[in-house]
Design a protein around this ligand. Structure first.
Ligand code: NAD
Ligand code: IPM
Ligand code: MN
Length: 346
């Protein structure tokens, strides 16, 4: 079989550090990869004023997958790199499914007291192309006491239905077959109504899947007090963003949380990245945990049909995590990457 063509965007801050480890593991698992690095992020922006030139975006379209570290830097105004680089890719490549597993690995310390590992095993299906991320709205009388800023949530029947259908399929494939819609239908009556009606209608085709509903505020509480309530969660872009950082926290920390921005029809490459950001507070110090990126590489392998390789990487991470019980915190980014690489190669 031909080599996998992979575009790599290390990005900013710890992005470059964790991606290096992800690539090491990828190489060790024995997959034939042609990786091309793209210099995008704060440095490029300062040098040239460019975030993501259209020609580069079109070039990215030709790859089998994209691996991204993180973007965002304190020296760049908030939103420039996030919107014009990261979100631009998610939107242009129709990454309408942002898949974010929340799974407690044996041996990982969770802040939730007395929680058996099997109680935290869910997958959040976050919508990736609409909602409050659409960028519509505007500002009037900026800088005056009469300033009015609006930011609209865009929800289309097509956009909601496709992600809801994906979530039902995901729920059907899991032992518990449960789907929870998380929204705020009691306040966001237009958008919430569309989401709820869509779930109700599609549910008729999935009689084997149990569905329920939780408001986002209550869901945040249940993530901490009763995480076993959740199997597959489907939610909009912003709620999904917030609740997956919470999910990361209950499952052992943001350094372990992986994600995939999926284009299920394969009309453009899917993009895999850790849930975390560029972490300017620890960048350049070798303190970042590369595990989230390595698990994102496993998700990528799975997406590319290399399920045996994906399982191998996941197992190597699981085994490494068990050993962390005995003093892992002293390891650097590179040491963690090396240890997992060694397990994958043996
Ligand atoms: P962050 O995820 O970068 O950091 C939050 C906290 O978690 C920090 O204390 C950080 O040190 C810690 N942390 C994050 N990843 C870690 C890891 N792998 N190992 C150990 N500790 C880790 O979020 P933030 O501080 O809110 O954002 C920083 C920048 O990153 C901002 O510019 C933001 O826009 C951007 N961001 C980018 C992405 C992305 O590219 N997908 C995601 C989130 C935030
Ligand atoms: C994430 C990040 C991004 C998001 C930002 C950086 C645009 O927080 O991947 O979770 O909000 O989706
Ligand atoms: Mn986020």
């Amino acid at each position: 079989s031909r080599n996998i063509r992979l575009a790599v965007i290390p990005g900013d801050g710890i992005g470059t550090e964790v991606v290096a480890e992800g690539l090491k593991v990828l190489e060790a698992v024995g997959t034939k990869i042609d990786a091309t690095h793209y210099d995008l992020g704060a440095a490029r922006y300062h040098r040239t004023g460019e975030t993501l030139p259209d020609a580069v975006l079109e070039e990215l379209r030709g790859y089998d997958a994209i691996l991204l570290g993180a973007v965002g830097d304190p020296s760049v105004p908030p939103g420039v790199l996030e919107r014009d680089l990261l979100l631009k890719i998610r939107f242009a490549f129709d990454h309408y499914v942002n898949l974010r597993p929340v799974k407690l690995f044996p041996g990982v310390e969770t802040p939730l007291a007395d929680t058996p590992v099997e109680n935290i095993d869910m997958i959040v299906v976050r919508e990736g192309t609409e909602g409050l991320y659409a960028g519509t709205g505007g500002v009037m009388r900026r800088g005056t006491p009469y300033e009015i800023a609006t930011q609209e949530s865009l929800n289309t029947a097509h956009g909601v239905e496709r992600v809801v259908r994906y979530a039902f399929e995901k729920a059907r494939s899991r032992p518990r077959k449960k789907l929870t819609l998380v929204h705020k239908t009691n306040v966001l009556t237009y958008a919430g109504d569309l989401w709820q009606r869509t779930v109700d209608r599609v549910a008729e085709e999935y009689s084997d899947v149990t569905t329920d509903y939780s408001h986002i505020d209550a869901a945040s509480m249940f993530f901490v007090s009763q995480p076993e309530r959740f199997d597959v969660v489907v939610t909009d872009n912003l709620f999904g963003d917030i609740i997956t950082d919470l999910g990361a926290a209950i499952a052992g920390g943001i350094g372990l949380a992986a994600s995939g921005n999926i284009n299920p029809e394969g009309t453009a490459p899917s993009m895999f990245e850790p849930v975390h950001g560029s972490a300017p507070d620890i960048a350049g110090q070798g303190k970042a945990d590369p595990t989230a990126t390595i698990l994102s590489v496993a998700m990528m392998l799975d997406h590319l049909g290399l399920s045996a390789e994906a399982a191998k990487v996941e197992q190597a991470v699981a085994d490494d995590i068990v050993e962390r019980l005995t003093g892992w915190s002293s390891r650097t980014t590179r040491e963690i990457g090396d240890d997992i690489t060694e397990r994958v190669s043996s």
